[in-house]
Design a protein around this ligand. Structure first.
Ligand code: NAD
Length: 232
């Protein structure tokens, strides 16, 4: 049994039908980040922010995990698999993965918009949070449990030991452009087997010891899954 650590980004869920962040025609193209995904945006116009994430939650609830999520979950039958995802969707969990660390939060959860936001997470029933109706125990309106641009990434330090101890490290569907998350790949042990799956892989900034699969998540994971399985 080996320890496999998967570091996933928006491209992981693209074939499930969820828009990525930077690709053209992405949902984000129609929005300015600073108007929907920053603490300043929440201060200036919380309804707009709430509405944006309500829409995204609806989108996520309407899709299902794709075969790439499923293959990663199936690896647990033979290996220890830890997923560190930048995604706020829960498609890894719904595919059956049991250890998923969300660096940027989980849109199915809410937290306080007050000063102690990381104290408690509240499951959201249905797809919407309402400013006038949904409050935290401390009296503040609930906000989505997502890390906005400019906010700290509380999970960052917690996941480093997993990356340091990975024997197989799979980076999949991330442009490695969003920091500090992208910096995590540098904690990987030099002796680990490193794999990169992304249609744009050849232009991504990783070290030269990665085996590169310039493919979409499903096609890439099929190859990697079979390669890992053949060794058993
Ligand atoms: P990104 O949008 O910056 O990069 C997406 C990457 O996925 C690109 O490198 C692209 O080449 C690749 N890609 C596109 N289609 C693919 C496919 N079918 N298979 C595999 N790869 C594919 O995404 P990022 O690096 O994750 O950073 C964006 C930030 O936005 C993240 O922090 C994340 O929190 C957030 N985000 C999350 C979701 C989600 O939860 N599903 C969606 C959009 C954005």
């Amino acid at each position: 049994m080996k320890k496999i650590v998967v570091f996933s980004g928006a491209g992981m869920s693209a074939e499930s039908g969820i828009s990525t962040f930077r690709d053209s025609n992405g949902l984000w193209e129609n929005y300015k980040i600073e108007e929907v995904a920053t603490p300043q945006a929440w201060k200036a116009n919380p309804s707009k922010v709430q509405e944006f994430y309500n829409m995204r939650r609806k989108e996520i609830l309407n899709v299902v995990p794709n075969p790439a999520h499923q293959l990663i979950a199936q690896l647990e039958a033979i290996h220890k698999v830890v997923i560190i995802t930048q995604n706020i969707d829960d498609l890894h969990e719904r595919a059956g993965s049991t250890e998923v660390h969300h660096l940027h939060g989980n849109i199915r959860l809410a937290k306080s918009s007050g000063p102690h936001s990381e104290k408690k997470y509240y499951p959201i029933e249905g797809d919407s949070l309402r400013l006038d109706n949904d409050f935290c125990d401390d009296g503040y309106p609930l906000r989505p449990h997502v890390v906005w641009f400019g906010e700290e990434v509380p999970m960052y330090e917690k996941v480093i030991p997993h990356i340091e101890t990975a024997e197989i490290f799979i980076v999949i569907g991330t442009s490695l452009n969003v920091f500090p998350a992208a910096g995590l790949i540098h904690y990987c042990n030099p002796n680990a087997e490193k794999i990169l799956i992304d249609p744009n892989a050849e232009s991504l900034k990783t070290s030269s010891d990665y085996t590169i699969y310039p493919l979409r998540a499903i096609a890439g994971m099929e190859k990697v899954y079979n390669k890992i399985l053949k060794r058993e």
